[in-house]
Design a protein around this ligand. Structure first.
Ligand code: GDP
Length: 607
């Protein structure tokens, strides 16, 4: 009797695992989700599948129906009450579902396009899954694109594969093996799901088509068996409240609301809650717990149903005061009778503070801005791996004050006057201000695109610096004009190189003594061409035959007026040019030339 009672009670207390879908863009994440739900539309509401806030709930009955075709003997046992699948696929939802560094997402589907293999975001997703130790299966999607594929809608994969001709089967095997190899290179052992002997050791690959629905029953069965295997029973009982904010939204008539995923425990109307806010902790009371009205009741006035209490796992919208500055990705805590509100406030704020502590201590780095706590964390993690230092972080849209923060780099570390913005809007004034002061703003919805943009930015800067260095690499020379072809603008002269080497870009000067007997330096401009017998040469060294030289520059002096043909010309060197030669061109400067540099120094009063 007692055992029966216990069994009955515990069954009501079970909670459903939460599942996220991740993968590279265009692999079919959205389509797969649609496919899983769509059969539901045909089945009507019989399966009890419910659209929630930010998630779709699949009760065990619907999972049974959907996996029928691969469980004909009914031997596969369902122990979970259902499955909650997060509606927005991708990194953001996944990285926001977290608590104290661990994931509230219990299992995940990593979608890979069988025709493309592993792509950059697949690798990013794998890193996230590994970091959070989340068990996952891989949907090898788009099998219907294998050349010559014959489909049976919503069929089990093994049955469909057996039906294909040899060519299709061979192509499938080839692509499967390539994928397994690619996973191995990333440190994951993987096996085709029905050949996988150990789900804890190998990732299961399940071929699917989001178009034909083939393999989808296998996928759902596999998800169920993975969560049953990897989640201990204890984990599935309702206990302490675990809840995270997925989105902060303004809703007409409700004000600012938060969409949360309750992954464990029970929430009640009136509960006192604590969450992380941009300007400090937010403590408030739940005014309403809202779930979407069922389709058939949409004719009712409100699109939401009010709930007195809700049980994990589910997605629910919360209306309350003071939510304006709530941060998506924040944990939400419920103040219990024995709790100290301040302790809880400190705890929720620690999530933001732990991210703040990650910025570079020498204040040299880029500025990073993201839409949510979770995506900011994921971005920071990625930048750490990519060795890009971060000096400032922020959450939410980019405003002028954020650009000002990034602008503090302009003086000392111009290359870091950059904002890497993930999934956030940039205010118009902020963009205009950034353009004005020279802060670069890069925005992207994909983390690695930001990395690409930054890398390109750095490469451009290095190129620019080299270009600048090129103008500063002044090789020493003394030349003697032997003919003046054009007196000025541009000066064109025939010369012999007496000492050192004459090169393109070298600024030339004549040293004269003026009427008062004072030394005077007459700059004539930079060498823009060197020719011998009408052929361009890059350099003319001491002792080589004469060359014709064109010299250009602003305010050029004129031969016959400020200059005479007999005046020798020398490289106009400087402290900076000597340093540049030492830094970038040491191997190209001869001993003789260093000697000449030494002799030219006093001419230009270089200590
Ligand atoms: P997401 O960016 O990962 O959410 O990808 P989508 O679900 O938006 O799909 C991207 C494109 O791939 C769309 O044009 C889909 O129609 C197509 N697609 C998705 N799944 C399949 C599939 O299984 N087979 C085929 N042939 N096309 C697919």
């Amino acid at each position: 009797k007692h055992e029966e009672a216990m069994a009955a009670r515990s069954k009501d207390d079970l909670r459903s695992p939460i599942c996220c879908i991740l993968g590279h863009v265009d692999t079919g994440k959205t389509k797969l989700l649609d496919k899983i739900r769509q059969t539901n539309v045909q089945e009507g509401e019989a399966g009890g599948i419910t659209q929630q806030i930010g998630a779709t709930y699949f009760p065990v009955d619907s999972l049974r129906t959907k996996t029928n075709v691969v469980n004909k003997d009914g031997k596969f046992e369902f122990k979970i009450p259902g499955l909650l699948i997060i509606d927005t696929p991708g990194h953001e939802s996944f990285s926001n579902l977290r608590s104290r560094g661990s994931s509230l997402c219990n299992i995940a589907i990593l979608v890979v396009d069988i025709m493309h293999g592993l792509e950059p975001q697949t690798l990013e997703s794998m890193r996230l899954l590994r970091d959070r130790k989340t068990p996952f299966i891989v949907a090898l999607n788009k099998i219907d694109r294998l050349y010559g594929w014959k489909k049976i809608d919503n069929n089990g994969f093994q049955d469909s594969l057996a039906m294909q001709n040899k060519g299709v089967q061979n192509e499938f095997r080839t692509r499967l093996e390539a994928t397994k190899l690619a996973f191995a290179e990333q440190g994951f052992n993987s096996e085709l799901f029905f050949e996988n002997k150990s789900m804890s050791r190998n990732v299961s690959l399940v071929p699917t088509s989001a178009h034909t629905g083939e393999g989808v029953p296998d996928m759902l069965k596999l998800l169920t068996s993975l969560s049953q295997e990897r989640m201990t029973n204890a984990l599935m009982y309702l206990s302490e409240v675990e809840c995270t904010v997925l989105e902060v939204k303004v809703i007409e008539g409700l004000g600012t609301t938060i969409d949360v995923i309750l992954s464990n425990g029970i929430l009640r109307e009136g509960d006192r809650i604590v969450l992380c806010g941009l300007n400090g902790p937010i403590t408030t009371n739940i005014r309403a717990l809202l779930t979407p009205a069922p389709l058939k009741e949409l004719r009712l006035k409100s699109q939401y149903v009010h709930n007195k209490e809700v049980k994990a796992a589910l997605g629910v919208k919360i209306a309350a005061n003071d939510l304006e500055h709530a941060i998506a990705g924040s944990r939400m805590l419920v103040v219990g009778p024995d709790d100290d509100e301040e302790d809880l406030e400190e705890e929720v704020m620690s999530d933001l503070e732990s991210l703040l502590s990650r910025v570079s201590t020498d204040q040299r780095g880029v500025t990073v801005q993201a839409s949510t706590l979770g995506s900011l964390e994921a971005l920071l993690e990625f930048l750490k791996v990519s060795k890009i230092p971060v000096a400032n972080i922020s959450i939410g849209p980019v405003y002028k004050r954020d650009v000002m923060m990034a602008g503090t780099m302009l003086e000392k570390h111009k290359e870091y006057a950059v904002m890497l913005c993930f999934d956030v809007k940039v205010d118009k004034d902020a963009q205009a201000y950034a353009n004005e002061i020279g802060v670069k703003i890069f925005t992207a919805d994909i983390i690695y695109h930001l990395f690409d943009a930054f890398t390109e930015h750095m490469a451009k800067l290095t190129e620019l610096r080299k270009e600048e260095a090129k103008l500063l690499a002044i090789f020493p020379c003394i030349i003697k004009p032997i003919a003046v072809f054009n007196k000025t603008d541009p000066i064109v002269i025939g010369v012999d190189v007496i000492e050192g080497s004459l090169r393109l870009h070298t600024p030339l000067a004549a040293v004269r003594t003026n009427a008062a007997g004072v030394k005077e330096i007459v700059d004539i401009g930079r060498v823009t061409s060197i020719e011998r017998d009408h052929k361009a040469v890059p350099v003319c060294k001491k002792g080589q035959p004469s060359v014709a030289v064109k010299v250009e520059g602003p305010n050029q002096p004129m031969y016959g007026r400020h200059l005479e043909e007999k005046d020798q010309l020398i490289s106009h060197i400087s402290r900076a040019s000597i340093d540049t030669l030492k830094e970038f061109y040491r191997s190209e400067v001869t001993m003789d030339e260093w000697g000449l540099v030494k002799r030219l120094k006093p001419v230009f009063d270089i200590p």
